[in-house]
Ligand binder design. Structure first.
Ligand code: NAD
Length: 364
């Protein structure tokens, strides 16, 4: 049965990088691709950053691939119409509670990290961040006036057992396909929600995942360890707030925004498949949009994650990842990752090179 993928290129460099992904998916074949508008592009046509029709399509699709949203053209829109609202609605209505952010350092790019090369060479860790709960959504929240004339801002960190268990399951399952190690991160030393987090994950491991090694770490220590010895980690699972910070920290270990993919997953349905959204970590890069300068690899690697996690196509995902590695090894680079002595190539040429490398590896 053909696999339905809704493609939402979005704004800025989104359409340029997504065009390269389309070529690649066409080459692999077996997908039923449809395309829709999101972000500023959707606002310009529909007066909303995500039309109801597009939302309905996203809910029906086997997977959604998104480029990027936003740009100066839409910066002054009211909050509810801003391009980012389109993305937030997708995440919310698809109930995507687990955000997967791999931090993988390609050998050829180890020198691009701000850390010493030997600290990051061969780095391959995965951060699983809880995405729909915690302090960003907890009640009560708000800003209130106090009788003494002061004002008070309130947010509430809150997690329930089921919220913790479902994201922890994602982490344990992923670890089974990797190095079978999960590090759970919270602040159980100062937060009750952290105590609950630690207890529930420990219980779940004892019940269902004794084959996976589980360790615990306080979030502040984890931040330190990520820049001290990042290769000690396999899968990190953490809450929304800590995950927000730690995943950006881990991202920078790899050197360039143009290389970073991500996935957001929802609950399993009766057939064992999940709602899923795949997108590069970078934004719409208005400074280089429309100039054939954007690096399409983050988007290409997001598509590879889609093959791996939504469609169980590990061989094809491995082929894409290896092709990207070959291209980098051959010194073919876009401007963001170019090194001295190399001539940067454009977005389309990078797409050409990845396709050629795939063909070469598959004997085509
Ligand atoms: P950005 O990620 O768009 O760009 C930051 C810098 O990295 C820029 O110099 C850009 O040229 C460069 N860059 C990013 N992706 C690149 C790529 N693939 N190849 C080469 N260079 C790349 O972040 P920003 O400038 O802070 O934000 C620009 C717009 O994107 C804003 O409107 C912001 O709200 C939006 N944004 C959207 C998302 C998303 O769609 N998920 C994420 C972050 C920012």
């Amino acid at each position: 049965m053909s696999k339905s993928v809704l493609i939402l290129p979005g704004d800025g460099i989104g359409p340029e990088v997504m065009a390269q992904v389309r070529r690649l998916l066409d080459r692999i074949g077996g997908f039923s691709l449809s395309e829709g508008l999101v972000g500023g592009a959707a606002y310009d046509v529909h007066g909303t950053p995500l039309a109801d029709d597009t939302m309905a399509q996203a809910l029906k699709a086997d997977a959604v691939l998104l480029g990027a949203v936003g740009g100066p053209k839409w910066d002054s829109l009211p909050f509810a119409d801003k391009p980012e609202r389109g993305l937030l609605r997708l995440r919310k209505d698809m109930e995507l509670f687990a955000n997967l952010r791999p931090a993988l350092v390609f050998d050829a790019l180890a020198g691009a990290s701000t850390l010493k090369t030997d600290l990051v060479r061969g780095l391959d860790l995965m951060i699983v961040r809880e995405l729909t709960g915690g302090v960003y959504f907890g009640e009560p929240r708000g800003i209130e006036d106090l009788p003494n004339g002061e004002r008070r801002g309130i947010n509430t960190q809150v997690y329930t057992t089921s919220e913790i268990v479902r994201v922890a399951r994602v982490a344990f399952e992923l670890a089974r396909k990797r190095d079978s190690r999960v590090c759970s991160v919270e602040k159980a030393n100062v937060m009750e929600s952290g105590v609950l987090w630690r207890e529930e994950i420990t219980k779940l491991r004892e019940a269902d995942y004794t084959d996976v090694a589980l360790s615990h770490m306080y979030a502040d220590n984890c931040a330190m360890q990520l820049v001290r010895a990042p290769k000690q980690f396999d899968v990190i699972v953490t809450d929304n707030l800590f995950g927000d910070l730690l995943s950006d920290c881990a991202a920078m270990l790899t050197g360039s925004l143009g290389m970073l993919p991500s996935a957001s997953l929802g609950a399993e349905d009766a057939n064992g498949s999940r709602k899923a959204l795949y997108e590069p970590v970078h934004g719409s890069a208005p400074d280089i949009a429309g100039q054939d300068k954007a690096n399409p690899m983050a988007c290409i690697l997001s598509a590879s994650m889609m093959l791996r996690y939504s469609f169980d196509m590990a061989a094809e995902a491995d082929l894409i990842d290896a092709a990207c590695q070959d291209v980098l090894n051959a010194g073919i680079r876009t401007g963001d990752i170019v090194e001295s002595g190399m001539t940067p190539v454009g977005t389309v040429a990078m797409g050409d090179a990845v396709l050629a490398a795939m063909d070469k590896r598959s004997g085509g």
